[in-house]
Design a protein around this ligand. Structure first.
Ligand SMILES: C=C(O[C@H]1C=CC=C(C(=O)O)[C@@H]1O)C(=O)O
Length: 470
């Protein structure tokens, strides 16, 4: 491994050799320089804010970004159309240079809140207000790892004075090398957390589930996903690197996400991919139907068997599969749907899981797919519009980005936009020694209010367990 100074010298020398490739005098657009990083990153270094990271342990993939070469925001029902126009303009005027032939490309974060409408003032304010409703964020420094290889991507708006750019990028390299040299935080013994209360509380939750069941009996809804928020306080300020390392360790099959623009950090460890588009290949996860885990192998197997056999859990799951299949049938050829769901086992819970796929038709794109898919009945309900209206009226909190989606957007060599977007589940807003965790449960005919409350408890345990180690 290279010593920090040697690494910095090496990166700065390579920057000096290659920076001349960039069309710094071009009026408008962006330029990126992609350089090999002679280190494999498995966790994103902490480079301050604004910054974001996406880490998938099992897939061995990492994307992180910091600083802001540009950002575009939108809200309202046409929010993704607005961002599509921005993204298309961006890729038409984005000059990328990969002199080390790493094969990586410059990338942006694409993310959006659960609801396209701005927060309603009647609801309690929520920290998620720090994030715009929908966002396309092009970082100044990007870091990526795939298949054991890592690279960095430096991006600038054009035109730019070459001398200023060189100094600015040398500064980023110094910051990166310092962050990489920082020792990994020691694992701590878990520290107890104090509950600050749930919104809604248990009694209100039970009443809300009864209301939902009455609506289901009346026939206006078939399913609705109710959520709650739990406040937790730690004995110490939560350390972001320890938190993200704990999430990545506990949830290797999940996408571990961190987004920080100002004071609050938004984290998620989500098992559910909203949509991945690579070229014409489309993949979507349908995940719904949940059981607890047990430390005893026999009891765990019994829980899995009961989950597979449960009529209520299978109905809850089937509604998500049908909704996703309907969108893929409209937008894709060669749609594949598993004959029966598998089970995805996570540290804190297990879910019925159906991975669907298709081949994107020429006349559509990932923005259409994302708009049509989101929100699936896994986080909203069925029918989509009726569930959304009912939740808007009845749910006592703003979801913010919880059950929204976020992921990476990047152009492929043919100029198409690829993306990997994840539903923001197992989600929390973390600030100092306090965290607000969100979880929901799908209510269908046959749901039991107390069992659904316990289910949200299993889901909340995902981030809560990691927080104890932070
Ligand atoms: C709404 C959440 O989970 C969804 C995803 C998987 C299983 C679910 C369920 O069984 O209810 C939910 O649909 C959440 O984790 O907050």
């Amino acid at each position: 491994m290279l010593a920090p100074l040697a690494l910095l010298d090496q990166l700065q020398a390579r920057l000096d050799e290659t920076i001349g490739l960039l069309p710094t005098a071009t009026a408008g657009g962006f330029a990126s320089l992609i350089l090999e990083l002679p280190r494999t990153l498995t966790l994103a270094p902490e480079l301050g804010h604004p910054g974001f990271s996406f880490t998938h342990g099992q897939q061995g993939e990492l994307r992180a970004g910091c600083g802001m070469a540009a950002q575009w925001t939108a809200q309202g029902p046409g929010r993704l159309e607005t961002l599509r126009a921005r993204a298309q303009t961006l890729i038409r005027h984005w000059h990328q240079y990969d002199p080390d032939e790493t094969g990586f490309a410059g990338f942006a974060l694409l993310g959006f809140a659960a609801s396209p409408s701005p927060a309603r003032s009647a609801r309690p304010p929520q920290a998620g207000a720090e994030l715009p409703n929908a966002l396309l964020w092009l970082p100044e420094l990007g870091l990526c790892t795939r298949a054991g290889q890592s690279a960095l991507v430096l991006t600038t708006p054009l035109p730019v004075a070459p001398g200023i750019l060189r100094e600015r990028w040398r500064g980023w390299l110094a910051q990166l090398v310092t962050a990489l040299a920082a020792p990994l935080p020691e694992p701590l013994t878990p520290s107890p957390l104090t509950a600050l209360g749930s919104l809604p509380g248990l009694a209100d939750w039970q009443a809300l589930v009864q209301e939902a069941l009455a609506e289901i009996r009346r026939g206006s809804l078939e399913k609705v996903v109710l959520c709650r928020r739990l406040g937790l306080k730690g004995r110490r300020s939560f350390d972001p690197r320890r938190l993200l390392a704990a999430l990545a360790y506990l949830f290797p099959a999940c996408q571990v996400i961190s987004i920080r623009r100002h004071g609050t950090r938004f984290v998620a460890a989500t098992p559910e991919r909203l949509v991945r588009v690579v070229g014409r290949q489309v993949e979507v996860d349908a995940i719904a139907g949940t059981a607890a885990r047990s430390a005893s192998a026999a009891a765990d197997a019994a829980l899995t068997a009961a989950l597979r056999a449960s009529d209520k859990e299978r109905r809850e799951h089937a509604m998500v599969v049908e909704a996703v299949r309907a969108v893929l049938d409209d937008c894709c050829d060669e749609v594949r749907v598993p004959a029966a769901p598998g089970v995805m086992q996570l540290h804190n819970a297990q879910h019925l899981w159906s991975p669907l796929s298709g081949r994107l038709r020429e006349d559509t794109d990932l923005f259409t797919l994302a708009t049509r898919l989101h929100p699936t009945p896994a986080t909203n309900g069925k029918p989509q519009a009726a569930a959304r209206d009912w939740l808007d009226r009845v749910e006592p909190l703003e979801r913010g980005w919880y059950t929204g989606a976020a992921g990476i957007l990047e152009p492929d060599p043919s100029g198409r936009l690829n993306a990997d977007l994840w539903v923001l589940l197992r989600y929390a807003e973390v600030s100092g020694d306090e965290a607000r965790l969100y979880a929901g449960a799908g209510i269908v005919r046959g749901s039991d209010p107390l069992a659904e409350w316990r289910e949200t408890g299993h889901k909340l345990a995902a981030v809560a367990t990691a927080l104890q180690f932070a």
